[in-house]
Design a protein around this ligand. Structure first.
Ligand code: ATP
Ligand code: MG
Ligand code: FE
Length: 356
């Protein structure tokens, strides 16, 4: 079965073709980043209009790259939510119109499920069950994944998502939008320990996280530097040191919470998904992760156990059509007739219940 996947939830138009027997055949992406950079953030109306412009050419490019034609498509998967209403509608209308014209079904896909399953697009695939650390621009969640469609929310950020914290911190350090990846590159040049920021909720007994306070800690540090130097410009090395300290704080919290989630569930496989999954420090720290279960009453503490950690290929970390085509292919049993569609700008992932 050949599934065309359409992603348009935010500022990336992604189109891909996934063959349930042969795997991913093609994927095309257009990012609107440069267009929104001028405004310092995503402008929803511009995003919707641009998706409309890109969908047909990207689909034709994907078909050509795969050596396929419209007639070969068996089903069209599209991101139904969550995301920007207008942007979602652009993809949903295109997917439904195309499917209707071809006489083929549509498969509505949850955007976060796409992110969650994206590590399965790698050559080395994780096996169920696993803990998923979903760290994107809009979400920071730990999920127990027992099977495709069987997800339990274990914990999440009570305020900013990790990616959002990266972007907001980058902005206040004067880096151009979207600054998350740039901040992480500058962190490479920073001296570890030159600044130390708090680790919010590190020792909370649950799997909740919080990242908005960190941004305030960075702001306070920046103001102090400005007062000391009497200039609005932060010296380059100081800025790099702040980037380093910020990244170290976020990564330490994410790693500790992921470790706790593994201990709580008893799973020994961790899957990282979402844009922050591209972060080098997160990859470094989680790559060597082990967990040590607590001692049973009166007994000796068992030795540390190695964790198998999987990251999606870098190109599938941020929004893309491949993950939607793939998730669609996993849900071929839930195909729907094209037409009468709706989008779900707000849609908790945990609402997707196995077999529902
Ligand atoms: P959601 O999927 O929750 O709706 P989104 O689709 O906007 O959000 P993604 O595309 O998965 O999120 O990821 C984008 C986020 O990833 C941005 O916030 C960006 O700053 C962050 N990001 C990308 N690369 C890096 C990096 N190397 N280090 C840290 N953050 C990064
Ligand atoms: Mg994006
Ligand atoms: Fe996303």
């Amino acid at each position: 079965m050949l599934v065309l996947g359409i992603e348009s939830s935010c500022d990336e138009t992604g189109v891909a073709l996934y063959d349930s027997a042969r795997g991913l055949l093609a994927h095309e992406l257009h990012t609107q980043m440069a267009m929104h950079a001028e405004y310092g953030g995503v402008v929803p109306e511009l995003a919707s209009r641009d998706h409309i412009r890109r969908l047909v050419p990207l689909t034709e490019a994907a078909l050509q790259a795969a050596g396929k034609s419209y007639a070969d498509i068996d089903a069209v998967a599209f991101t139904q939510g969550p995301g920007l209403g207008g942007a979602l509608l652009a993809g949903a209308s295109f997917a439904n119109a195309l499917a209707f014209a071809l006489g083929k079904p549509v498969i509505p896909v949850h955007h976060l499920e796409g992110h969650l399953l994206s590590p399965l697009l790698a050559d080395e695939r994780p096996e169920f069950p696993f803990v998923a650390l979903l760290v994107s621009g809009g979400h920071s969640q730990l999920m127990a994944v027992r099977d495709v469609g069987d997800y339990t929310l274990l914990g999440e950020s009570v305020d900013d998502a990790a990616g959002e914290a990266f972007d907001k911190t980058a902005k206040l350090l004067g880096l151009p939008y979207p600054g998350g990846a740039k901040l992480s590159e500058l962190a490479r040049l920073g001296t570890p320990g030159a600044f130390v920021f708090p680790r919010p909720m590190l020792h909370s007994p649950d799997l909740q996280m919080s990242f908005s306070g960190l941004k305030t800690a960075v702001l306070t540090a920046v103001q102090k530097v400005r007062d000391e130097t009497g200039s609005d410009n932060i010296p380059e090395q100081t800025r790099n040191d702040i980037c380093r300290a910020f990244q170290d704080a976020v990564v330490e919290v994410l790693a500790a919470k992921a470790q706790k989630a593994l201990l709580d569930t008893g799973f020994r496989t961790l899957v990282v998904a979402g844009g922050v999954g591209a972060n080098w420090k997160l990859r470094e720290v989680l790559g060597g992760l082990s967990v040590r279960p607590p001692a049973a009453k009166g007994g000796k503490r068992p030795p540390a156990e190695q964790v198998q950690v999987f990251f999606p290929p870098l190109e599938y970390c941020t929004d893309n059509g491949a993950m939607i085509a793939f998730a669609g292919a996993m849900h071929l049993q839930s195909v729907q007739k094209a037409g009468g569609f709706g989008v779900k700008p707000r849609w908790p992932l945990a609402e997707i219940v196995k077999g529902a």
